[in-house]
Design a protein. Structure first.
Length: 164
Protein backbone atom coordinates (compact mmCIF):
# COMPACT_ATOMS: atom_id res chain seq x y z
CA UNK A 1 0.00 0.00 0.00
CA UNK A 2 1.20 3.45 -0.87
CA UNK A 3 0.79 6.27 1.69
CA UNK A 4 -1.00 9.34 0.39
CA UNK A 5 -1.92 12.65 1.94
CA UNK A 6 -5.54 13.63 2.37
CA UNK A 7 -6.45 17.11 3.51
CA UNK A 8 -9.32 17.27 5.95
CA UNK A 9 -11.43 20.30 6.60
CA UNK A 10 -13.25 20.34 9.90
CA UNK A 11 -15.86 23.03 10.06
CA UNK A 12 -17.06 24.13 13.44
CA UNK A 13 -20.45 25.72 13.28
CA UNK A 14 -20.67 27.74 16.41
CA UNK A 15 -23.12 30.38 17.42
CA UNK A 16 -20.69 33.10 18.27
CA UNK A 17 -21.73 36.53 19.39
CA UNK A 18 -20.62 39.03 16.80
CA UNK A 19 -20.12 42.73 17.25
CA UNK A 20 -21.54 43.12 13.73
CA UNK A 21 -24.89 41.49 14.55
CA UNK A 22 -27.87 43.08 12.82
CA UNK A 23 -30.16 45.27 14.85
CA UNK A 24 -33.71 44.00 15.32
CA UNK A 25 -36.39 45.71 13.21
CA UNK A 26 -38.30 48.61 14.64
CA UNK A 27 -41.56 47.63 16.41
CA UNK A 28 -44.37 47.06 13.90
CA UNK A 29 -41.97 46.85 10.92
CA UNK A 30 -41.34 43.52 9.26
CA UNK A 31 -37.89 42.71 7.93
CA UNK A 32 -39.27 42.75 4.37
CA UNK A 33 -40.34 46.41 4.84
CA UNK A 34 -36.91 47.66 5.84
CA UNK A 35 -34.77 49.46 3.29
CA UNK A 36 -31.22 48.17 2.84
CA UNK A 37 -28.62 50.46 4.33
CA UNK A 38 -26.36 52.40 1.99
CA UNK A 39 -22.70 51.35 2.02
CA UNK A 40 -20.51 53.81 3.87
CA UNK A 41 -17.01 54.88 2.92
CA UNK A 42 -15.70 52.74 5.78
CA UNK A 43 -17.44 49.57 4.58
CA UNK A 44 -16.22 50.18 1.02
CA UNK A 45 -12.66 49.74 2.30
CA UNK A 46 -11.36 46.30 3.14
CA UNK A 47 -12.57 45.34 6.59
CA UNK A 48 -9.74 44.69 9.04
CA UNK A 49 -9.25 41.11 10.20
CA UNK A 50 -11.11 40.47 13.41
CA UNK A 51 -9.24 39.66 16.60
CA UNK A 52 -10.03 36.01 17.30
CA UNK A 53 -7.98 35.72 20.49
CA UNK A 54 -11.12 34.79 22.47
CA UNK A 55 -12.66 32.37 19.95
CA UNK A 56 -12.34 29.36 22.28
CA UNK A 57 -13.15 31.15 25.55
CA UNK A 58 -16.63 29.62 25.56
CA UNK A 59 -14.96 26.25 26.27
CA UNK A 60 -13.12 27.42 29.41
CA UNK A 61 -14.33 25.41 32.38
CA UNK A 62 -15.08 21.85 33.43
CA UNK A 63 -17.46 19.88 31.21
CA UNK A 64 -19.02 16.43 31.09
CA UNK A 65 -18.09 14.71 27.83
CA UNK A 66 -20.01 12.15 25.80
CA UNK A 67 -18.32 10.72 22.71
CA UNK A 68 -19.63 8.46 19.94
CA UNK A 69 -16.79 6.90 17.95
CA UNK A 70 -17.01 4.83 14.77
CA UNK A 71 -13.99 2.51 15.08
CA UNK A 72 -14.24 0.99 11.59
CA UNK A 73 -14.47 3.94 9.20
CA UNK A 74 -14.75 3.92 5.41
CA UNK A 75 -15.98 0.31 5.33
CA UNK A 76 -19.74 0.80 5.76
CA UNK A 77 -19.74 0.05 9.49
CA UNK A 78 -22.61 1.34 11.63
CA UNK A 79 -21.30 0.03 14.96
CA UNK A 80 -20.61 2.98 17.25
CA UNK A 81 -18.80 2.91 20.59
CA UNK A 82 -19.90 5.41 23.26
CA UNK A 83 -17.77 6.94 26.01
CA UNK A 84 -18.43 9.24 28.97
CA UNK A 85 -16.02 11.37 30.96
CA UNK A 86 -14.64 14.89 31.36
CA UNK A 87 -13.26 17.74 29.29
CA UNK A 88 -11.47 20.51 31.21
CA UNK A 89 -10.28 23.70 29.48
CA UNK A 90 -8.00 26.33 31.03
CA UNK A 91 -6.51 29.64 29.93
CA UNK A 92 -2.71 29.63 30.09
CA UNK A 93 -1.20 32.53 32.04
CA UNK A 94 -3.94 34.97 30.92
CA UNK A 95 -2.68 34.71 27.33
CA UNK A 96 -3.98 33.88 23.85
CA UNK A 97 -3.54 30.18 24.61
CA UNK A 98 -5.58 27.47 26.28
CA UNK A 99 -5.12 23.86 27.26
CA UNK A 100 -7.62 21.00 27.26
CA UNK A 101 -7.51 17.78 29.27
CA UNK A 102 -9.90 15.18 27.91
CA UNK A 103 -10.60 11.75 29.40
CA UNK A 104 -13.46 9.37 28.60
CA UNK A 105 -14.16 5.68 29.28
CA UNK A 106 -16.32 2.84 28.02
CA UNK A 107 -16.42 0.44 31.02
CA UNK A 108 -18.32 -2.32 29.17
CA UNK A 109 -15.57 -2.71 26.57
CA UNK A 110 -12.72 -1.62 28.86
CA UNK A 111 -11.85 1.26 26.52
CA UNK A 112 -10.24 4.53 27.52
CA UNK A 113 -9.36 7.71 25.59
CA UNK A 114 -7.08 10.32 27.11
CA UNK A 115 -6.07 13.40 25.13
CA UNK A 116 -4.53 16.81 25.66
CA UNK A 117 -4.84 19.78 23.32
CA UNK A 118 -2.85 23.00 23.22
CA UNK A 119 -4.41 25.91 21.29
CA UNK A 120 -2.23 28.91 20.40
CA UNK A 121 -3.52 32.10 18.75
CA UNK A 122 -1.24 34.03 16.38
CA UNK A 123 -2.35 37.68 16.47
CA UNK A 124 -0.37 38.47 13.28
CA UNK A 125 -2.03 35.84 11.08
CA UNK A 126 -5.32 35.81 13.07
CA UNK A 127 -5.19 32.02 13.07
CA UNK A 128 -5.24 29.28 15.67
CA UNK A 129 -2.72 26.45 15.76
CA UNK A 130 -4.10 23.42 17.58
CA UNK A 131 -1.62 20.82 18.78
CA UNK A 132 -2.49 17.33 19.99
CA UNK A 133 -0.25 16.20 22.84
CA UNK A 134 0.60 12.64 23.79
CA UNK A 135 1.85 12.94 27.37
CA UNK A 136 2.20 9.16 27.71
CA UNK A 137 4.74 9.12 24.88
CA UNK A 138 6.13 12.58 25.57
CA UNK A 139 5.26 13.68 22.03
CA UNK A 140 3.79 16.75 20.37
CA UNK A 141 1.96 15.73 17.19
CA UNK A 142 3.13 17.92 14.32
CA UNK A 143 2.05 19.65 12.21
CA UNK A 144 -0.80 21.32 14.10
CA UNK A 145 -4.23 21.86 12.62
CA UNK A 146 -4.55 25.53 11.68
CA UNK A 147 -7.50 27.80 11.03
CA UNK A 148 -9.63 30.73 11.98
CA UNK A 149 -13.21 31.85 12.55
CA UNK A 150 -15.02 34.03 10.01
CA UNK A 151 -18.74 34.76 9.64
CA UNK A 152 -19.56 32.68 12.75
CA UNK A 153 -17.82 29.59 11.28
CA UNK A 154 -14.52 28.02 12.11
CA UNK A 155 -12.45 26.47 9.35
CA UNK A 156 -9.68 24.26 10.74
CA UNK A 157 -7.44 22.44 8.27
CA UNK A 158 -5.39 19.32 8.95
CA UNK A 159 -3.29 16.95 6.93
CA UNK A 160 -3.83 13.26 7.64
CA UNK A 161 -2.04 10.24 6.23
CA UNK A 162 -4.06 7.26 5.04
CA UNK A 163 -2.84 4.04 3.55
CA UNK A 164 -4.50 3.68 0.17
Amino acid sequence: MKPCSIYLLATLQLSLLSSTAQEPPAPGVSTSQQKPSQPSAVSAQAAPLRDGARDFDFLIGKWKAHVRRLPDRLVGSTSWVEYDGISNHKKILDSNANFEEFEVDNPERHLHIKAQTLRLYNSDSHQWSIYLLDLDKGALNLPPVVGQFASNRGGIRAQARWLA
